[in-house]
Design a protein. Structure first.
Length: 254
């Protein structure tokens, strides 16, 4: 596999300084970083084009999106183990298993988590994915509503009443687990219902300048099937916390 302009993330001794392990498997290229005794794997998401949105919903107007830069994306939501190691506390209601995703974290607190993690690990800054990056990674090349039958891919209202440890459901074709269900995931963008109302193509979109709240994606353990789709868009105020709301880490190419 090659990445941007033929560049390979693991070629020529490149593996980033922050990586504790790296390699390539059936899903593609990965690196890992370690904080204390906690390891987190990140997958290389190569640049590309995709159809964002759905033909069935008003604020999900289908349009072509081009992502010109590859990026790293964590293969799971941030777990309670990683959050606790970095922040020294665990805000989650569904505790008792540090392998579960952290929840009850606001968008604002997630920014502090990313900055604190960066200070521990170094390299490019950890961040939340953009809404377009999130949907591109979730779809992993498919145009279907879900990347696998929903009961195989996600914890949602029909099969769960709480969060579950990550990696218990099928990964998508790019090796990403729990992109659907378990916990909603904060994105970096502001949310505006009109922002994707046009079918015009976009390149590297990062959302509107202001909005009704910050975008959350993917649905959760408490969501109905309609909301646990690659295209479903929702939002919360940046200070909101919920037992169904967590995050997933992204990083830019070094």
């Amino acid at each position: 596999m090659v990445a941007d302009g033929g560049w390979h993330p693991l070629a020529d001794g490149y593996p980033p300084e922050w990586a504790s392990a790296w390699g390539e498997d059936q899903f593609g290229i990965f690196v890992e970083f370690r904080v204390g005794e906690v390891d987190q794997r990140m997958r290389w998401i190569r640049p590309g084009k995709f159809m964002m949105g759905s033909p069935h919903e008003g604020d999900e107007t289908q349009h072509k999106v081009t992502l010109t830069r590859g990026f790293w994306l964590a293969d799971t939501p941030v777990t309670q183990a990683l959050w606790s190691e970095v922040m020294g506390e665990n805000p989650s209601r569904f505790d008792g298993d540090l392998g579960r995703p952290v929840e009850q974290v606001s968008w604002e607190v997630c920014q502090r988590f990313c900055a604190t993690l960066h200070a521990r690990v170094g390299g490019s800054v950890f961040r939340l994915p953009t809404e377009a990056e999130w949907e591109y990674a979730c779809r992993a090349g498919t145009r279907a509503a879900t990347y696998a039958p929903l009961d195989d891919a996600a914890w949602y209202s029909a099969n769960s009443g709480r969060t579950h440890a990550v990696k218990k459901k099928l990964a998508n074709k790019w090796g990403l687990h729990d992109m659907l269900g378990n916990v909603w995931e904060w994105c970096s963008d502001w949310h505006d219902r009109q922002y994707y109302s046009s079918s015009a193509a976009q390149q590297d979109p990062s959302g509107p300048a202001t909005g009704e709240g910050r975008v959350i994606r993917g649905g959760s353990w408490g969501s109905g099937a309609r909301n646990v789709r690659a295209a479903f868009r929702f939002a919360r105020e940046p200070g909101s916390r919920s037992v169904a709301l967590g995050l997933r880490l992204a990083r830019d190419q070094e």
